[in-house]
Design a protein around this ligand. Structure first.
Ligand code: SAM
Length: 230
């Protein structure tokens, strides 16, 4: 049985029973293999754009005897999905938020049968929340977790419109409500970095753009500190 990391296990937990899955950026096809072997899903596409990782996905799928259920495709982003697949859930994990948002933006025409997007950005989850808001998806759930000293977020989207403030898009509406210890750790770290940037800007010129940047950072710091102390 494929053993998943805590991070991928949490992503897997958001894939519903009998979903038709497309896992994009599926370097070893671990996630679809785990879900098929556990009997959660019967059919999946594993999409990978780089040849080496694509080949290891193919090998793993063969070794685990799940070739009938999992189709591995060498493709860029959502182009791994074909209409006849009837994909209902897409997972995109282990990349930066801006890259995940780019993949979603470039392939949004291929999302017509998709009901749920499970995204796991390593950094800048805000890009995904921005993309969702602009494209008719809303946040159904979120998680923040720490593994091997790294902090990860998971943002789960379904179709529908909801308005979020800039602060909610930055922190995550569900995560800022829950405010667990990992959330505190992440944002305390960020605030510390912003304060350092602010300090270096204090010594910089009085140019309008720098003044604006300073004002924006100050606002962000005070808003996030407010959430952390509540
Ligand atoms: N999803 C796995 C996980 O979370 O452990 C693998 C993460 S790995 C760091 C990211 C993978 O995404 C790499 O294998 C990379 O080649 C692939 N990737 C990056 N951009 C992609 C794209 N546009 N389309 C498909 N795969 C992509």
């Amino acid at each position: 049985m494929v053993q998943l990391s805590k991070r991928l296990q949490m992503v897997a937990g958001f894939v519903e029973e009998n979903a038709v899955l497309a896992d994009i950026g599926s370097d070893h096809a671990y996630l679809p293999t785990y879900l098929v072997k556990k009997g959660v899903i019967k059919k999946a596409i594993a999409g990978e754009v780089v040849k080496g990782p694509y080949e290891s996905a193919v090998k793993n799928v063969q070794r685990e005897n799940v070739s009938d259920q999992i189709t591995v495709r060498l493709a860029n982003g959502l182009q791994a999905i074909q209409k006849e697949d009837g994909v209902t859930t897409v997972t995109i994990a282990g990349m930066g938020g801006p890259l995940i948002a780019k993949i979603l933006e470039e392939g949004k025409a291929l999302l017509s049968s998709v009901k749920r997007l499970v995204t796991q950005p390593n950094i800048h989850a805000v890009s995904i929340r921005d993309w969702a808001t602009q494209n008719g998806w809303y946040i159904v759930d979120e998680k923040i977790l720490k593994e091997d000293d790294k902090i990860y977020e998971i943002v789960v989207l379904e179709k529908g419109r909801k308005e979020y403030t800039a602060l909610e898009r930055l922190l995550g509406p569900v995560l800022m409500e829950e405010k667990n210890a990992v959330f505190h750790e992440k944002w305390q770290r960020e605030v510390k970095q912003w304060k350092q940037i602010l300090k270096s800007l204090e010594e910089a010129s009085e140019e309008t753009s720098i003044q604006e940047k300073k004002a924006q950072l100050l606002k962000q710091i005070s808003e996030v500190e407010e959430v952390l102390k509540e």
